[in-house]
Each structure stands twice: as structure tokens, then as C-alpha cells.
Design a protein around this ligand. Structure first.
Ligand SMILES: Cc1cc2nc3c(=O)[nH]c(=O)nc-3n(C[C@H](O)[C@H](O)[C@H](O)COP(=O)(O)O)c2cc1C
Length: 209
């Protein structure tokens, strides 16, 4: 809908009276960042809980870089609280962005937290007690057990866990090799054997970075 500000305005008019708080998450356009310039006055005409901006174009998918200059312009023109989203993958990324945008109070992290579940804690200065590998193991086991209660069939469960590992593997050395091994598993038994080895250190890929 991004290239169609009139449709977005009409949609927001329709839902504006709903008895709930409204937040909007947006990219800066589908094909051009000129699109967000047309949208900002519309967003400003509604009292939003927050406006979350991922400063990429739709056509970029996840490629290229975030456009921080366009984000800065949106921040200046927004009358609603703005949340920053996009490419916070390390503490250094966060610190660099926080320095450039001291006005921002809220940050949204996607892939960075899926890859390194300790990242939000590191940003907030919360240190995690214990061996990081065991913390990840316990997170994994919890997720695995809950998914196995909810999902029916090995392939469904394996599919979900592989989607988790698509990002989480990035937290381990030799992550490409590890991910390939996980993606190759076809049976729950071979999956659990591989993961057991990983977490019990019998796998060369086990050391959490
Ligand atoms: C696995 C995955 C699922 C996502 N699902 C949604 C979604 O349901 N709604 C949404 O607005 N964005 C979704 N996104 C986009 C993210 O919220 C975020 O805007 C994007 O990943 C950029 O932030 P990041 O660089 O921190 O990952 C998803 C992203 C990923 C990687």
C-alpha cells in the first residue's frame, strides 16, 4: 500500500475509532523514498502509539543498506513517537545508531536477536549468568518441547526448528556448515542427535561465539 497514500489514509480513517491503541510499522516506500514523504503528514494526522520505521524500500527486501538520512528526515517531521528498526546486529550497531539518534527511545530488533539472543540483554546492560551455550540449549529445548506439543508431524516440527536455526546458527562458529547439517536432517531422531552433540560439545561447531 505504500505507493497509495490515499488508500492508507482511508484505511486509517476506518480504523481510527476502534477502542485500542494504534501503532504503525512502515518501510520508507515500495520503490522510492519519496513515498514516505507523502505518508508522513497522514501518519501525523493520527495519534499513534508509535511509528516504527524500517528505513528500507520494499523492493530492497533485506538487501542493501538502511537509509539513515531518510530516517532522520522522518524523525524530524514525525509528531508521533518514532521507533527505529533495521540492521541492529551487534552492540556496536546499536551504539552507533543511538549516538546518531539520541531522541529515539524505542528500538525494534528482528534478525539480530534471532541470531544472537543475548544482544537485547547486552544493549540493556543485563549480563546473563551461566554458560551461554547452556542458556541457548535451554531456550532451544523449551521452544522444541512447546512446538512438539502444538505441531503435528515430524516434518512440521523440523520445519519450524530449521527456521529458528536459519538465524540462530549465526551465533556459532562454522555456522554455514552447521546450518547445512541441520537443514539436511529429515528425521526427528537425526535432528535431536545433531543438536545433542552440538550442545554437549561433541561437535566442533559447539562453541558459542
Ligand atoms: C523471520 C521474520 C519474520 C518477520 N515477520 C514480520 C511480521 O510478521 N510483520 C512485520 O511487520 N515485520 C516482520 N518482519 C520484519 C521485521 O520486523 C523487521 O522489520 C526486519 O527484519 C528488519 O529488522 P532487522 O534488521 O532487525 O531484522 C519479519 C522479519 C523476519 C526476519
Amino acid at each position: 500500500m505504500l505507493p497509495e497514500p490515499d488508500k492508507i489514509a482511508a484505511f486509517l480513517e476506518t480504523i481510527a475509532d476502534m477502542p485500542c491503541r494504534l501503532s504503525i510499522k512502515t518501510r520508507i516506500g515500495r520503490r522510492s523514498s519519496a513515498e514516505i514523504q507523502a505518508l508522513m503528514p497522514i501518519f501525523n494526522s493520527f495519534p499513534l502509539e508509535e511509528l516504527i520505521i524500517h528505513p528500507r524500500l520494499g523492493v530492497q527486501l533485506y538487501k542493501g543498506v538502511v537509509d539513515l538520512d531518510v530516517f532522520a528526515d522522518c524523525l524530524t517531521s514525525s509528531t508521533n513517537p518514532v521507533t527505529y528498526n533495521g540492521d541492529i546486529c551487534t552492540l556496536e550497531d546499536f551504539n552507533r545508531l543511538a549516538e546518531r539518534f539520541p531522541k529515539i527511545q524505542k528500538w525494534m530488533i528482528g534478525r539480530g536477536a534471532l541470531t544472537d539472543p543475548f544482544l537485547p540483554g547486552a544493549i540493556k546492560g543485563i549480563s546473563i549468568a551461566g554458560d551461554p551455550l547452556q542458556v541457548i540449549k535451554s531456550f532451544h529445548d523449551d521452544l522444541y518441547n512447546k512446538y512438539s506439543q502444538r505441531l503435528s508431524g515430524d516434518s512440521h516440527l523440523l520445519g519450524r526448528m530449521k527456521a529458528v536455526w536459519f538465524y540462530l546458527a549465526g551465533s556459532f562458529p562454522n555456522h554455514n556448515k552447521l546450518l547445512k547439517k541441520i537443514q539436511k536432517t529429515k528425521k526427528i531422531a537425526s535432528y535431536t542427535r545433531l543438536i545433542d552433540d552440538l550442545f554437549h560439545g561433541e561437535n566442533p561447531d559447539a562453541k558459542h561465539r
